[in-house]
Design a protein. Structure first.
Ligand code: ZN
Length: 205
């Protein structure tokens, strides 16, 4: 599935959900004590599967595992705390959990305009059929434990890894979506981005 993540990152880049070196994705299979995460500082539209970082979960901490020669020279995404908290226990995503973080343009614009993303389901009920949107996370510093904690709190992550929502917006920054495959996580962003675009184009936000 690392190849699929690369495809998702390329598609996200084409849709202006990210500039070259932003965005990060992790994936864990339930029967393994490690997960894979995208490296930091690498162009995501040309990312290759052998550039991923392999991260072992050690209690509340983590440690790097050897993977490939190329990846040995890279560092894991700065948003590792965000991913680690969601990958430590997988909750309802029993077999695979994929966490996608991108800077989707219209989602960020809508939050910048003061829109609560989870309010949009009132006017656009179709959104809520397949995607549960969490309350916005306010301004928090990127690549911080504070960002990770705020996202986990608003997704209502519990000690077993269950989450109540599929996607959460971070004001002035981006979104985090979670599902059982890279494309399913992608679709939560796509669905929310589409509605945010409609709202902003209508000038009735
Ligand atoms: Zn970001």
């Amino acid at each position: 599935m690392l190849e699929t993540i690369c495809e998702v990152l390329l598609e996200s880049y084409k849709r202006n959900w990210s500039t070259s070196r932003d965005s990060n994705v992790s994936i864990r299979h339930w029967d393994r004590d490690h997960f894979y995460i995208t490296p930091t500082g690498v162009r995501k539209q040309t990312l290759q599967p052998d550039q991923f970082k392999k991260i072992k979960i050690v209690g509340n901490d983590w440690q790097e595992l050897p993977y490939t020669d190329i990846s040995a020279n890279l560092k894991p995404s700065g948003e590792l705390p965000l991913h680690l908290g969601l990958q430590r226990n997988m909750g309802q995503h029993k077999e695979v959990r994929v966490v996608v973080h991108v800077h989707a343009t219209y989602c960020v614009a809508a939050m910048h305009a003061g829109i609560e993303l989870n309010d949009l389901v009132k006017d656009f009920p179709e959104l809520g059929r397949y995607t549960k949107v969490a309350p916005n996370v306010p301004d928090v510093a990127p690549i911080s434990q504070e960002l990770a904690d705020a996202c986990h709190k608003n997704l209502e992550l519990d000690e077993y890894g269950n989450i109540k929502y599929d996607i959460v917006g971070i004001k002035g920054h981006g979104v985090v979506s979670v599902d059982t495959s890279p494309w399913r996580a992608f679709e939560h962003v796509e669905r929310l981005e589409h509605i945010c675009k409609i709202v902003l184009v209508s000038n009735k936000g």
